[in-house]
Design a protein around this ligand. Structure first.
Ligand code: ZN
Ligand code: ZN
Length: 325
């Protein structure tokens, strides 16, 4: 299903089967010489079929199209190898570029260490949809940086680095018209997952703080229309930014309340947090749901550790958290 959003800007809805995200918005900006395709869907037959149908409906060829992926997650990068042609430029941040080149070979090893240290026993990266439906390596990658510009047809876009939801993440902004492609940095009726990726015992990057900083950065721009990578167009970006900030502040307070004077590991904290899983109890969550909930708890716990509010201890192979004295 395709839809024209603005002159020369189209949305293709790419289904994500059995995934609570439901679908991905892949956008096409038609250019005079080359088009720009933004995000692709998982490496799954349903995504490929929807992308092929969308390409036919909109009448564009990948021989005349470059691809920009907003961040490393499999629902955005999964079909890049399938869509790439010899002349296609794949534009992405430096972190995602390493993954395309196969250089982040320890990426999923780190993730397994995170699961063990977080106390999610018995779950491995093989349960992660981003691993199950990842794409293959590509060699035509061009790294983009904060502030880089690209002209596509009538539009002049600027890339804005917005890490937090992933170790790096890029939004695309048209200043004259106030158009923002927000990727997964800002979503409308669902909250972007903020998850730790490094092993929690040695994590030194505060991705939640980086996420807050990236929200501040977008808030300073003049934005009229926000086009997210999932679900509907966001009518008021500034209201949504305030809601997302408030959501994470509440989460941080909930975690402090759950911990009290006690000492807990990540999965214990996650099992007591409030999740929108249609009334399911923690022990009824799927492995993927536990991964996302556990990762979110760990990013918040790590934020509190790096702010000096909590301390972490390695006991056995798990990391425990308690109040700093
Ligand atoms: Zn994502
Ligand atoms: Zn996504």
């Amino acid at each position: 299903m395709t839809e024209m959003i603005l002159p020369d800007i189209y949305r293709m809805e790419i289904p994500l089967p059995h995934n609570p995200l439901k679908s991905l918005n892949s956008y096409l900006i038609k250019g005079s010489e080359r088009n720009l395709l933004i995000d692709t869907g998982f490496n799954q037959p349903e995504c490929r079929a929807a992308m092929d149908a969308g390409r036919q409906e909109l009448g564009f060829s990948m021989d005349e199209t470059d691809i920009f992926v907003t961040h490393i997650h499999g629902d955005h990068t999964g079909l890049v190898h399938y869509l790439s042609r010899p002349g296609t430029r794949v534009l992405c941040d430096s972190y995602t570029a390493q993954a395309f080149g196969g250089l982040v070979s320890d990426y999923w090893d780190y993730f397994d260490q995170l699961l063990v240290q977080g106390g999610l026993a018995g779950i491995t990266h093989a349960d992660h949809p981003g691993y199950k439906y990842k794409g293959a390596a590509v060699d035509n990658v061009q790294v983009i940086a904060d502030g880089d510009l690209i002209e596509v047809g009538r539009y002049r876009w600027r890339w804005i680095s917005t890490p937090g939801h992933a170790p790096d993440h890029m939004c695309l902004y048209e200043a004259r018209l106030g158009i923002l492609f927000s990727g997964d940095h800002i979503l409308g009726d669902i909250t972007p997952n903020n998850t730790l990726w490094d092993p929690p015992w040695t994590a030194t990057r505060d991705l939640l703080q980086e996420y807050f900083d990236s929200l501040d950065k977008i808030e300073r721009l003049a934005i009229k229309i926000t086009l997210p990578a999932h679900r509907e167009i966001i009518p008021d970006c500034y209201l949504r930014i305030r809601q997302l900030r408030e959501h994470h502040r509440r989460r941080l307070q909930d975690i402090l309340d759950i911990l009290g004077d006690g000492r807990m590991y990540g999965a214990q904290v996650a099992s007591q947090m409030k999740w929108d899983m249609r009334g399911k109890r923690w022990d009824e969550f799927s492995s993927a749901q536990k991964i996302f909930a556990g990762g979110e708890a760990l990013s918040h716990l790590t934020h509190l550790v790096l702010k000096g509010i909590l301390v972490r201890e390695l006991i056995g192979d798990r990391v425990y958290y308690s109040r700093a004295h």
